[in-house]
Design a protein around this ligand. Structure first.
Ligand code: NAD
Length: 468
């Protein structure tokens, strides 16, 4: 096999100021393949001094990068997008090894989607207006400064690119602290930044744990903005740290999204796509439609279809990322049973002797008050709830502390009218496809701010007005 297609072996170094250098802590953390439970690499576990070095490097590089014309910044992002295609093979193999994603989705989603997002910024940047006239004023849109980015493991490269691409496009410099479970793909991204010729210091990587590296970054006085994606619990902490320093903050947090199937929908399609949406990435998707809402008259038919669809996933589904995640998900399945939901597919027992696998699981007779209908499980677990009429469906759909995504299926005017009433950041109508230009982010406890497209770029810009 050519070298490019192998898993990235890991590097015992951080990427700071355009150079790979050892961590000051001298500590490392293990990377484990969740399919085999074996350690496959070790990377540095950086600490506060490393974060400090990285923030200094970013601050030194930022003014020069901000002064680089947008067309040149766009060309740099284009160079990053256009790196040789073999890199995508390495990314895919590495995501399979450290996250457990099956090879097909590792390639089509984990490797290829970030390339599309990078491309979207390379394309929109040259035409973006960085100033506008407003009466007697000229309003300038300037980079917010140095950005501390903290990312999760579930779509490891996408989450990095969804922050780094718009931040770099805006003229900001970035310090990234990626998830401790998936640092290898972050190292590949840092190397790609170097190989694409971006100036040293505009992008820096400090691998490590949340407490030792994430917190010092979120609270660092040299960081002007913190952009975090992860759990709501950690998001609260990061938001408090950033708020304490009066920094701008963007939080992309959890979800418990509703998939509302109206009586006029193509029931089989809505159920099958809905199940696929939840099982994809082994259920580790913040925007997954984990609550399927079906009219009482169609409920039994939909449950039978969902159970059959989930059963077909059997061996095709990858493991969860970690032993901890496995324990959490199995705990939720047991709790669903204990609270009286009816298991129609899957269950809590281990499907394989080795690896952090769980069965694709479907619960029927779920009511809105049950824990499995309220809390984010982050595993391949679908809940199916019954509604009596559209108002009832809307009440159930919106009865959550989250508001990240959702779906509606039905005759178009009804479906669109329903989508307008949903209290959530994104709604896919009749299977509407992912659009990398559409703003992505949540209402309420799903977060603050938006990623992707021009709205994602705006997050990294601040205004200055000149009066004439
Ligand atoms: P997590 O919150 O545990 O970790 C996310 C990141 O924060 C990791 O890099 C981690 O090291 C870091 N971190 C942990 N503790 C920290 C602290 N005290 N200070 C600073 N940083 C800290 O989440 P996770 O387990 O990695 O990811 C799963 C969660 O993320 C789910 O709840 C999911 O919904 C959410 N998520 C949301 C989105 C979104 O776009 N809204 C996307 C992916 C994941």
């Amino acid at each position: 096999m050519p070298e490019q297609e192998t898993v990235h072996p890991g590097r015992d170094a951080l990427f700071i100021g355009g150079e790979w250098r050892p961590a000051r802590t001298g500590a490392t953390l293990p990377v484990v393949d969740p399919a085999t439970e074996r350690e496959i690499a070790r990377v540095p576990a950086g600490g506060p001094d490393d974060v400090d070095d990285a923030v200094r490097a970013a601050r030194a590089a930022q003014p020069g990068w901000a002064a680089t014309p947008p067309a040149e910044r766009a060309a740099a992002l284009g160079a990053l997008r256009d790196l040789p295609a073999e890199r995508a093979d390495t990314v895919a193999a590495t995501v399979t090894a450290e996250l457990g994603a099956p090879p097909k989705i590792a390639r089509s989603v984990h490797a290829d989607l970030p390339v599309r997002v990078l491309g979207s910024y390379a394309e929109l940047l040259p035409g973006h207006a960085f100033e506008e006239k407003l009466g007697t004023s000229t309003v300038l849109y300037e980079p917010v400064g140095t950005v501390g980015a903290v990312t999760p493991w579930n779509y490891p490269l996408h989450q990095i690119v969804a922050k780094a691409a718009p931040a770099l496009a805006a003229g900001c410099a970035v310090v990234l602290k990626p998830a401790e479970y998936t640092p290898l793909v972050a190292q590949l991204f840092a190397q790609a930044v170097a190989d694409a010729g971006l100036p040293g210091g505009v992008f820096n990587l400090v691998t490590g744990f949340g407490r030792e590296a994430g917190e010092p970054l979120a609270g660092h006085e040299g960081v002007d903005m913190v952009s975090f994606t992860g759990s709501t619990a950690v998001g609260r902490r990061v938001g408090a740290l950033a708020g304490g320093g009066v920094k701008r903050v963007a939080l992309e947090l959890g979800g418990k999204s509703a998939n509302v199937i109206l009586p006029s929908a193509d029931l089989a399609r809505a159920v099958n796509v809905g199940v696929a949406n939840v099982m994809s990435n082994s259920g580790q998707t913040c925007s997954a439609w984990t609550r399927m809402l079906v009219h009482a008259d169609q409920y039994d038919e939909a449950v039978a279809m969902a159970a059959a669809a989930a059963a077909k996933y059997g061996e095709r589904i990858g493991p969860l990322v970690s032993e901890r995640q496995l324990g959490r998900v199995r705990g939720y399945i047991a709790q669903g049973v204990a609270e009286g939901a009816r298991l129609v597919a899957g269950g809590a027992e281990a499907p394989r002797a080795r690896g952090y696998y769980v069965h694709p699981t479907v619960f029927a007779d779920v009511t809105p008050g049950m824990t499995i209908a309220r809390e984010e499980i982050f595993g391949p677990v679908l809940t199916v709830l019954r509604y009596t009429d559209e108002d009832d469906a809307l009440r159930i759909a919106n009865a959550t502390v989250y508001g990240l995504a959702g779906a509606v299926w039905g005759a178009e005017p009804d479906a669109v009218a329903f989508a307008r009433r949903m209290d959530t950041g994104q709604v896919d109508i009749n299977g509407g496809r992912f659009n990398p230009l559409a703003p992505f982010g949540g209402h309420r406890q799903s977060g603050v701010g938006r990623e992707l497209g021009p709205h994602g770029l705006a997050e990294y810009l601040q205004t200055k007005s000149l009066q004439f």
